[in-house]
Design a protein around this ligand. Structure first.
Ligand SMILES: [Cu+2]
Length: 145
């Protein structure tokens, strides 16, 4: 009886341990350039969370493209925020005041089920930027299909 209880507890611990949290810093500058998320591309698994950390001021994160059936997300200015990703696919997000400076990032959750849509949207998003051109393209190249 005792063994069963221990096994159940272990299974529960494993379930919790398998979901990871990833940190994305919001920065004015790093070695990649100005107004930047770090890391700009992350590959996570279903059920994982991402925490946006306002390391520098005047930033927030807002979803731009999400997979079908997923929920939009938006943090608040200069506030730390954690979002859970339960739907597979590729998510593109931006910092609204710095989108012209290509302050965008990509989160891949599991398989890239919406890769076709992403390939179509990335060049359009790149066209509107006036600084840090090519950054989103570089992140998009890291998507694993
Ligand atoms: Cu910003």
């Amino acid at each position: 009886m005792k063994i069963v209880k221990i096994m159940a507890a272990t299974a529960l611990l494993c379930a919790f341990a398998s979901a990871k949290d990833y940190e994305v810093k919001m920065l004015d500058v790093n070695e990649e350039g100005t107004m930047v998320f770090e890391p700009g591309f992350i590959h996570i698994q279903k059920g994982d969370t991402v925490t946006f950390v306002p390391t520098h001021k005047t930033h927030w994160a807002k979803s731009v493209v999400i997979p079908d059936g997923a929920s939009k997300f938006e943090s608040k200015l200069d506030e730390k925020a954690t979002f859970k990703f339960d739907v597979e696919g590729v998510y593109i997000y931006e910092c609204p005041p710095h989108k012209m400076m290509n302050m965008l990032g990509i989160i891949q959750v599991g398989k890239a089920v919406n890769a076709v849509k992403i390939k179509e949207v990335v060049p359009r998003l790149e066209k509107r930027v006036s600084e840090n051109q090519g950054r989103l393209e570089r992140y998009a190249k890291q998507i694993k299909e």
